[in-house]
Design a protein around this ligand. Structure first.
Ligand code: PLP
Length: 396
């Protein structure tokens, strides 16, 4: 039997491959500091776990409405309205198992083969994977390091065409940690006025910010009807394993997503949705503590990386990734990823795993303890002494 042709166009996330290789080294007794995986190393706050347990005891163990529990949708609508400065009701909210389905389902519903989709590169690998899977044409927008990893707006204007169906924005970004400045978001909204283009605004890291607050494109005139906001619980509340996220979008698109949900998942788990209400309405001090600790790590880790010859790391404004420019090491970033894992014992990701404009960079997730991060800096520093030898031996 052979697989359907479309399976040749779907991608994967290489973080999971590096994790497997790192675990194999650990099994052989090597110390590895894990800076490859993009998930908070904090526990889910106790009151959220308690709400899930209570929900199980209370019998929230059956199918629920496909679109999500009405109480959670109302809570999400109020939260998104407040945090984005927009007015949305529960009818625009789809609750789904994780943030990822809000990439998959709206794209399945909107994008035809041959349509063009503009997306950030380097970017979350699932964007390009899904664009190709749909048979659409990927139009990568390079992120510009000197602009804090925002777009070159002139280039974006050039890339917009009559075939553009969707633009993907992500702020704060994976893998760069960059936050798109409000003025750029405003300029993009203006460019889209009068065009039949939808925007997928991936705001999953919206609460993990250290300086300028990200602005949602949905808040600009005329954009609410063209925007799909992706957000969820995975990063903000350290709930990656719970699989719960949501989209906020025009109701005609909610109807389509409902059909895809009923054909795939039926609904998101009911007891986790009850915990989702507790997450959004309960105390937020653990989120604040997590962000404060991530900021402390960011500052120390980026300073440490910047003290290593050949590394240059722009201090990121959000998420928990440091995206270091390693071009001056003289090493190909893919080889450097291997080298840092095998020689230094630091698991990280080659920027090329996020698209071709990510080559020459390494992504480190600083969702690991302060002590481990400082140890990683020293492990990289020690290994860096041997780089030149290694570069020379690779060239031979
Ligand atoms: C930019 C971005 N969007 C979406 C997701 C998906 O989140 P979830 O785990 O809730 O599906 C991730 C997860 O790494 C991400 O980095």
């Amino acid at each position: 039997m052979k697989l359907a042709e479309r399976m040749s166009r779907i991608g994967v996330e290489s973080a999971f491959d590096v994790l497997v290789r790192a675990r194999a080294l650990e099994a052989r007794g090597k110390r590895v500091v894990h800076l490859e995986i993009g998930e908070p190393d904090f526990p889910t706050p106790a009151h959220i776990v308690a709400a899930a347990k209570q929900a199980l005891d209370d019998g929230w163990t059956h199918y629920g409405p496909t679109q999500g529990l009405p109480d959670l949708r109302a809570t999400v609508a109020a939260y998104v309205s407040r945090t984005r400065g927009i007015e949305v009701g529960p009818e625009r909210v789809s609750i789904v198992p994780g943030g990822k389905p809000i990439i998959f389902f709206p794209m399945l519903a909107l994008v035809e083969p041959g349509d063009e989709v503009i997306y950030p590169n380097p970017g979350f690998p699932i964007y390009e994977s899904m664009i190709r899977f749909m048979g659409a044409i990927p139009v990568p927008m390079p992120l510009v390091e000197s602009r804090g990893f925002s777009f070159d707006l002139g280039l974006l204007r050039e890339k917009l065409s009559d075939k553009t169906r969707l633009i993907i924005l992500n702020s704060p970004q994976n893998p760069t940690g960059g936050v798109i400045p409000a003025a750029d978001v405003a300029a993009i909204a203006e460019m889209l006025a009068g065009r039949d283009v939808m925007v997928l605004s991936d705001e999953i890291y919206s609460r993990i910010v250290y300086g300028e607050q990200p602005v949602s494109i949905a808040s600009f005139p005329g954009m609410l009807e063209k925007t799909i906001i992706l957000d969820g619980f995975s990063k903000t509340y350290a709930m990656t394993g719970w699989r719960m996220g949501y989209g906020v979008m025009p109701t005609w698109l909610v109807d389509a997503v409902n059909k895809l949900m009923v054909n795939s998942n039926s609904c998101t788990a009911s007891f986790t949705q009850r915990a989702g209400i507790a997450a959004l309405t309960g105390p937020q001090d653990e989120v604040d503590r997590m962000v404060a600790e991530l900021r402390r790590r960011r500052d120390a880790f980026c300073a440490g990386l910047n003290s290593i010859p050949g590394f240059h790391c722009t201090v990121p404004g959000g998420a928990f990734y440091a995206f270091a420019n390693v071009k001056e090491t003289g090493m190909d970033s893919r080889l450097l990823e291997d080298y840092l894992l095998n020689e230094a014992g630091v698991a990280c990701l080659n920027g090329g795993a996020f698209g071709r404009y990510g080559e020459g960079y390494i992504r480190f997730s600083y969702a690991n303890s302060y002590e481990n991060l400082m140890a990683a800096v020293e492990m990289i520093r020690q290994a860096s002494v041997k780089w030149e030898e290694h570069v020379a031996s690779c060239a031979r």
